[in-house]
Design a protein around this ligand. Sequence first.
Ligand SMILES: Cc1ncc(COP(=O)(O)O)c(C=O)c1O
Length: 404
Amino acid sequence: MYVMTRSWEKYRHSTKFLGSGSSTSSKAPQFENAEPALIERGKGCRVWDIDGNEYIDYRNGLGPVTLGYCVPEINKAISEQLEKGIVFGHPHVVEGEAAEMLVDVIPCAERVKFLKTGGEAIAACIKIARSATNKSRIVQCGYNGWINCLSAPGGSVPAGIANSQPLKGIPHEISSLHSSLGWADYEAWEKFFAENGKNIAAAVIASNYAEIEKGHEFFPFVRKLTEKYGALLIIDEIVTGFRLAMGGAHEYFDFMPDMAVFAKGFANGMPVSAYVGRGDLIDSAKGIGISSTFGGEALSLAAVKAVISFYKQNKVIEHLWETGGILWPQVDKLFKKYNISARIKGFNACPQIEFDKTELGSEFFRNSYLNGVSLYNVSYVNYSHKEKDIDETLQKLEKAIASI
Ligand SMILES: Cc1ncc(COP(=O)(O)O)c(C=O)c1O
């Protein structure tokens, strides 16, 4: 029996001081007394709320935790660096070492620079693209971070923020330069490039998780289109990086973008992003004013090095695919067994749970929490989920689904 009283009381109290109760829109709890409102700690594939309830966790911090919470090897790297210092007035040795390791595992990376968040690194690539092409328009696909939600009518904005026309807080002069097109909507992309090609600086694409299979044709198609019109191709690997493959979608689907952004996944939760790609483009950041005090922050970069070594030594990518390949098809079967109009779509390494009705989704997530499983509409297996955790998850989810 899950009682969450303390968690919700303290959470409600926090909303007096903490804007809308969470700094990340999609982390704010929705289901009163049926969802962990405040987490206290995590270990492996499990988290505990402040009432002491335990959950098998598939939210993974909404993406960054690919190995599990408090993995000893990564914690050790962070604490050893902590003893030496966090930020310095010159580059720390770890910055170049982490960059070299990324160049080694990311196909499009000739050079690397670090920032703190995914959205910020995408914004850096957009500025570089405009400078390199001397063009101004940007065409996007999917969510690329709040800083880049600039297109009218809204493009892709995080869950919970309604699309509106015009977008609040975005002057028309800016939104007129940003457009958002659908995943694998070939006709729309052809038409947009035919009409605006000479003004397009870059296409920025995040994979669509439910329909990700279409990446086999869509990515080469956009690559050709951008080449034809002299635009750059920027791939948002924030979710796909270190999940589909270390090098993300462009490694998995085997094509070459001009730049790519990594953020979640390559530091197991430490706050760091990397924009990578053609050497001339990444080098140009210095001359066009892209810089941040915390870009070379050493605790996160020590974690990056430890995470890459861990991936290489432990076949992490194989684990994410194989373990996801055991769990998600079984969840799909449970939906069918209990006649629930819901399904698992996309790749098992980053599947999307799709419901015919929103209320059905709400009931499923609520029941799952109350049975000790924490999910999100895109849920991930991490390296700490082992066979016994998957078995336990399936037992708990069967109870959750049966009681819908
Ligand atoms: C595909 C994708 N791109 C960009 C972002 C933005 O990253 P950040 O929140 O670190 O700015 C996210 C975050 O959810 C994301 O999932």
